[in-house]
Every structure is written in structure tokens, then in C-alpha cells.
Design a protein around this ligand. Structure first.
Ligand code: FES
Ligand SMILES: [Fe+2]
Length: 321
């Protein structure tokens, strides 16, 4: 019998498109009133600014006139953005509202806007490959407004991997043993809410210095909350939101808050631990390919569940199967 072995894969030929969802493009405190920034996300150039009334706005970068980048030297004027090249001004709906040297504004003088929301101390945009409106809500990180929890600690990490492959890690308990040097593979279950939307991973981390229960809620590839409970009042929350830069590069934004009771004990240590953990994943991510059709063994149940769940975030499932 002939054995069929898949052809050698390159780093790019099987990488899927970006899954639909909400992705962070900045921390709120990094975008002051009147500030303009260039953003590279989804392999596109974008312009981000905050209007005088405080609203974050995200739009395509290139001016419909002669193509100047509005995120570089563009100026906020009230609730609009002025192009640095010839002064055309665009409002928050993307419509050109002023050409300083011409009374008549061409009908086609508009710019594509992206649905934007500010929450959890971050600015998010909604990505959909066919530009459809948001299909689901952003989660709320309630601990950020709760006095029993500390002020957030932040970390950013740029990873040379596709956003889906990074998310897959949350359903991969075996790699804890091999990559993160834990004594055993933690006992883990993966469940999906009745409506199919949110995936939960629960792990019982017994064999560590500080035994704990971990509950990761994955809202979409690139958006997850992880609660770790050591004792009722010894808990921490890690929130991870991603900015896909291109198909092989993802910027991860981590937000950590812990119960005040354990801040001195765990606050900085945990942050260090997260960075250390990511550094262990890094060489795997940086050198792996995206496996279109992985060969799974019988015990890879949680990975199979992840692959089924993730299909809903693609318009064309041929992209990922
Ligand atoms: S390129 Fe923007 S106004 Fe001319
Ligand atoms: Fe990992």
C-alpha cells in the first residue's frame, strides 16, 4: 500500500487569513486627545487618532486624493483628521468635509472606517474579511473596576506566528510538560458554551509549587481571559488581546491584575512568569509552520475541539481545513 505523506510546507503557503473578531490596536493611555498614530494590522496600513471630544477613530491610512499616509503627520481638527499633503479633511464617518482650496467635494472623496470600541483600557477594531458588521460583543474585564483587585500591570510581546496558532496553545495541555517544564501534563477539560461561541479550558495544576485551578475563557483567536485560583482570595486574572500584524506576526498585549491580598507575593512575580513562559514558547512559534491538517492522536482531544471551534471565525473554511 502506498503511504501518502503531505508535501513539505513552507512558512507561508498554508497560513490562513485572519479570523474575524475584535483585536486591540493600542492601549487607551497610549492615545491621547489629538494624537495621531500609524498602525499596521491585518497586513494593512491604518491611521488611528483620538478626536478632541475623546473618541478613538480608526480608518484606512491612505488619502483618496494622492495617497498620503494620514497616520503620519496627519492633524486632528475637532472631530476630524486633516491630511498632511494638501489639507483635505475627513470626518469620523470617513467623508471628506473640506478641501481648503476647492468648494466642491468629489463624491468619492471618502475613506474606509473600521468599527472601533474602547474598553478594558484598550482600543479595539473589528475585523471581518468581507467587512461585515460586528457579530459579537467584546467581553468586559470587570476586575479592572473592582477595588479588591490591583491596578493593571502590562506587558507586550511580538511573536512571529499566526494568531490562530498562538491561541491554540490554550488548548494544548501537553506542551506544559515539554515546553514549560512542568512535571506532568495537567488534567484539562475543554468545553464550549451552548451557543458555540466561547471556549473554556479548565486545568487542575496540582504538580506545581503553588497548586491552582486555571480557567481560560477564549472568546475568539486573539482574545482570552485566564483566571487562576490558588485560594478564594488568592486569585489572578490575565487578559490577553492580540493585534495580528500580518499572517506570521502577532503583537500580544497582556494585562494582569491580582487580588490585593496577594499583590506583594504575586504581582511582579507573575508578570515575570508570564514573560518567561512566552520566551519558552517563542522558539517553537518562531520556527513552526501552520499545519493545515495536523495528524492528531487519540489523546489530542482538546486540540481537536479547538480546531472545530475555530472554524466559526472564518468565512471560507477551506482556509483552515
Ligand atoms: S494626498 Fe491627502 S490631501 Fe492630497
Ligand atoms: Fe505555552
Amino acid at each position: 500500500m502506498t503511504q501518502i505523506i503531505e508535501a513539505c510546507e513552507s512558512k507561508t503557503n498554508t497560513t490562513p487569513d485572519f479570523p474575524m473578531g475584535w483585536y486591540s490596536v493600542a492601549r487607551s493611555h497610549e492615545l491621547q486627545v489629538g494624537e495621531v498614530k500609524r498602525v499596521h494590522a491585518f497586513d494593512r496600513e491604518l491611521a488611528l487618532y483620538r478626536t478632541r471630544s475623546g473618541v478613538p477613530v480608526l480608518q484606512d491610512a491612505f488619502c483618496p486624493h494622492l495617497g498620503a499616509h494620514l497616520g503620519v503627520e496627519g492633524k486632528v481638527v475637532g472631530e476630524s483628521l486633516r491630511c498632511p499633503f494638501h489639507g483635505w479633511r475627513f470626518d469620523t464617518t470617513g467623508k471628506c468635509v473640506e478641501i481648503p482650496y476647492c468648494e466642491e467635494i468629489p463624491e468619492r472623496a471618502r475613506i474606509r472606517m473600521w468599527p472601533t470600541q474602547e474598553k478594558n483600557g484598550e482600543v479595539y477594531i473589528w475585523f471581518h474579511p468581507e467587512n461585515s458588521a460586528p457579530r459579537f460583543e467584546l467581553p468586559t474585564l470587570v476586575e479592572l473596576d473592582d477595588e479588591h483587585w490591583t491596578a493593571p500591570r502590562y506587558a507586550e510581546f511580538e511573536v512571529p506566528a499566526h494568531v490562530q496558532d498562538i491561541a491554540e496553545n490554550s488548548c494544548d495541555p501537553v506542551h506544559f510538560q515539554y515546553v514549560h517544564r512542568q512535571a506532568h501534563t495537567p488534567e484539562s477539560t475543554v468545553t464550549v458554551d451552548d451557543d458555540g461561541r466561547i471556549l473554556h479550558l479548565r486545568s487542575d495544576m496540582r504538580d506545581t509549587d503553588h497548586p491552582n485551578q486555571l480557567h481560560a475563557k477564549v472568546f475568539q483567536p486573539g482574545l482570552a481571559m485566564v483566571r487562576t485560583t490558588y485560594a478564594p482570595e488568592a486569585q489572578m486574572m490575565v487578559y490577553n488581546s492580540a493585534q495580528p500584524i500580518d499572517r506570521n506576526t502577532t503583537l500580544l498585549r497582556w494585562t494582569l491584575t491580582v487580588r490585593r491580598e496577594i499583590e506583594d507575593l504575586a504581582g511582579d512575580e507573575v508578570m515575570k512568569g508570564i514573560i518567561e513562559g512566552l520566551s519558552q514558547d517563542y522558539p517553537i512559534w518562531a520556527n513552526k509552520v501552520h499545519k493545515h491538517r495536523p495528524v492528531f492522536c487519540r489523546e489530542d482531544k482538546t486540540l481537536v475541539q479547538f480546531r472545530k471551534w475555530v472554524r466559526q471565525f472564518y468565512v471560507d473554511v477551506r482556509d483552515i481545513t
